[in-house]
Design a protein around this ligand. Sequence first.
Ligand code: S3P
Length: 458
Amino acid sequence: MAAALGPRATGADPDVALVRPAGRLRGELRLPGDKSISHRALMLALLARGASRIDGCGDGADVRSTAAIAAALGATVERVEGARATVTYRVASPGADRLHPPSGVLDCGNSGTSLRLFAGLIAGLPLKATLDGDASLRRRPVARIIEPLRSMGAELSARENDSLPPVTVVGHSPLRAVEWMTAVPSAQVKSAILLAGLRATGTTRVREAVATRDHTERMLRARGVTVRTARDGDGAVAELEGGQTVRAIDERVPGDLSSAAFWLVAGAIHPDAELAIRGAGVNPTRRAGLDLLRAMGARIDERPTTTFETGAAADVGEPSADLVIRSSDLRAIALGPADVAAAIDELPILCLAATQAEGRTTISGAGELRHKESDRIAGIAAGLAALGAHIEVDGDDIAIEGPTSLTGSLTDSLDDHRLAMTFAVAGLVASGETAVDGAASAAISYPGFFSEIERIRS
Ligand code: S3P
């Protein structure tokens, strides 16, 4: 079948991509560098005095926002095009004590990670800054970071009764250490508190009822900071002593498993597919999407990638693997709140997988999805329903009955990158033509996503 993809031929709306069903899917995908790790690598390079080099960095708009903010706070940031759709950043920083106040508002664009982690980082510096972003970011909750950072001694204020961006932070040095139990599972909140804790007197401890991704903890350790962590059932605790110095290092960022998830589902639900994905990060706190897909019956081969093969400049404790996915017969599964937290970014594409799985897939306690780049519960339900899927939403619970033959239709990504990519993948198996409105948003995390679709389809 002929591929038809890209801006609408009429030129009526340059941000609508058209996807027609693929006869087969074959090839090897290029993954962007892991978005979460890329953000943190840039921020920790800003805190560390001296020269850091970050290879394999993601080049999406979100990571670019973080790089620009690091420069605005006083680092020299050089971006060099790298291999396989990634970039290398060279960051030279005067160190945390010599950063300077920005000359204007810090623009986080669409990136919640930039806004929340920089709020924590700036809270412990003797400077004032305002963090803002686009219309989507301005709808995302910030009380969750304002409360702990205030209790550590920083001054923070935000719009709508301190609930929505922009956020102004007046840092304080030193901060007071805090023991904080997060109200919602959020690696962004945990990371903001730990970054502030580096600049606090005493031991800062973050407890989570449901464990979230631990990149900050691992990456701090790789830079010479002692971070103690423990698991407690579904929960976790992380603590560090204030006053520790973050060392500048060179590192290589693994491929983004949340981006790989689109190809894993594309391969699993397409009847004639074999796709290879090299060097995806498989950190145990990030790999739930892959494991859930496997539990649904996806035929995924996984071969660990050694440090030597990835050419890592430093072992930052982030495991990676080469993956191969083949056409699969999927079956329904039941996901609870701990699965939701662990696979938070993969849930939209897992919902698509569920439309092709035998039985009723249930997802309970998915409320956090409403606070992402869009209300992802509403967005995924509307988009998949438009394609003919049987999807029900009851409060924060989702149920999907499968398998269903999808029919091409107009879908609205709500300018949310993960919804745009989910509907594009749906278009590879839906009959007729699937139109994805707001397709350009894919570049938030995955520049080149639509060219990759072209490369692997026939
Ligand atoms: C991220 C954490 C998650 C995730 C986001 C990236 C991070 O957000 O959805 O895409 O890098 O820490 P929350 O921790 O707020 O759920």
